[in-house]
Design a protein around this ligand. Structure first.
Ligand SMILES: Cc1ncc(COP(=O)(O)O)c(C=O)c1O
Length: 401
């Protein structure tokens, strides 16, 4: 009989030639449990998804309650489903006034599709400006605005009239003009290796968008839900977009995405012609129930602000001669090494040290630390001592040419 490992490679479409291939039987809090009782500290959160940890009891209870009421009823937008309504109301109450109309979809990429379509519909324009080293997903439109040729060039041609400019470069911003439908960016670039906007730069973009009637879209798929020490990056920088894109932690561990705007802007998808965006499963009631429960935990337990003290503890404990810099705020941290050559070994061997780590797509010199926000100080202390052992062993075992 074939093992699960063999069946995984035989029957599942593979994203890369080198998957992690970990077998996990259960996950709880920050811990992943493998066969034979192997315990791994999750320092990735399924890539910024499990902000309230794995199987948070309140999230699990909300899922069970909803499963007992109903699953899928009808395509999105026809039937009043209370988990969607309650979640949209809660999100609106926490966001700036103009972000009050929530369109639920299934994933980050689909939310990006929706946001771009909405900007085109509202402005009647086609030009889209995006930034070097940005990542917005893997569908055709999302690939069109990916700020690196590596993963997109095999799929050309993509969307026309898309223009890439450097992040943090004010001299390029005159590309934002009255032909633009939108400027789309991650306020903190995640896959670029946690890159922050320079002081005042987002404000300059906001001004140019307002002056030219261009929609400003923030992709907070990774930065949302307390990940960088504020509930959203909007709160951190005080810059308000016209359209906000959310996913990942939005679903509390279930698949969910959303693009959010004002009622006036959102209404352009509803009329002349209607059905500007359609989704069968978008805003699945079980996912909305889970997401709402998770967001309530984040807000009620003040997890965004607490992640700042947890960041401090990581910075205090994670001192090692191989580390040149730790970038980021809260619990989206990029550990930059003096030499890129150690990174693949470190990530590949981390599970042997009871750690789950990951790469950044566009930064070969850093690895990611982004644990569930509920990680305790003791768990951080344990994770850092394991990390230091891992780095020591990388230094002695990896031959750098
Ligand atoms: C910033 C950002 N936007 C969009 C996406 C796409 O989300 P999904 O993988 O759910 O399609 C991702 C995924 O990593 C992301 O990091």
């Amino acid at each position: 009989m074939l093992t699960n490992r063999q069946l995984f490679q035989l029957h599942l479409g593979q994203t890369s030639p080198a998957p992690l291939m970990l077998e996990i039987e259960k996950a709880e809090g920050v811990w992943l449990f493998g066969p034979g009782g192997k315990k791994i500290i999750d320092l990735i959160s399924g890539v910024s998804v499990s902000n309230t940890g794995h199987r948070h009891p309140k999230v699990v209870a909300a899922i069970k309650d909803q499963v007992d009421s109903y699953l899928h009823l009808m395509v999105y937008g026809e039937i009043i489903q209370s988990p969607q309504v309650k979640y949209a109301e809660k999100l609106s109450s926490l966001l700036p006034e103009n972000l009050s109309s929530v369109y639920f979809v299934n994933s980050g990429s689909e939310a990006i599709e929706g946001a771009l379509k909405l900007a085109k519909r509202y402005t009647g324009r086609s030009k889209i400006v995006y930034f070097a080293n940005s990542y917005h997903g893997s569908t055709h439109a999302a690939l069109s605005i990916q700020g690196s040729p590596v993963y997109k060039s095999a799929f050309l041609p993509l969307l026309p009239d898309t223009w890439q400019i450097p992040f943090n470069d004010s001299s390029s911003l005159n590309i934002i003009d009255d032909k633009c439908a939108c400027v789309i960016l991650e306020p903190v670039q995640a896959e670029a290796g946690v890159i922050y906007p320079d002081e005042g730069w987002l404000g300059e973009i906001r001004r140019r968008c307002t002056d030219s009637g261009t929609m400003l879209i923030f992709d907070e798929v990774q930065t949302g839900f307390g990940r960088t020490g504020d509930l959203f990056a909007i709160n951190k920088f005080g810059i308000i977009p016209d359209i906000l894109v959310l996913a990942k932690a939005l679903g509390g561990g279930m698949p969910l995405g959303a693009f959010i705007s004002s009622k006036e802007i959102m209404d352009t998808l509803t009329f002349n012609p209607p059905l500007g965006h359609i989704t069968t499963f978008g805003g699945h009631p079980v996912c909305c129930a889970a997401g709402l429960a998770s967001l309530e935990v984040i807000v009620d337990e003040n997890l965004a602000a607490l992640s700042r003290s947890k960041e401090k503890l990581f910075r205090q404990l994670l001192r090692h001669e191989m580390i040149s810099e730790i970038r980021g705020e809260g619990l989206l941290l990029a550990v930059q090494l003096r030499n890129n050559g150690y990174i693949p070994w470190i990530i590949e061997h981390a599970p042997e040290y009871g750690l789950l780590l990951d790469y950044f797509l566009f930064n070969p010199g850093s690895f990611r630390i982004a644990p569930p926000l509920i990680i305790s100080n003791d768990e951080i202390t344990e994770a850092c001592s394991r990390l230091k052992m891992l780095l020591d062993d990388a230094a002695s075992k990896v031959e750098i040419k």
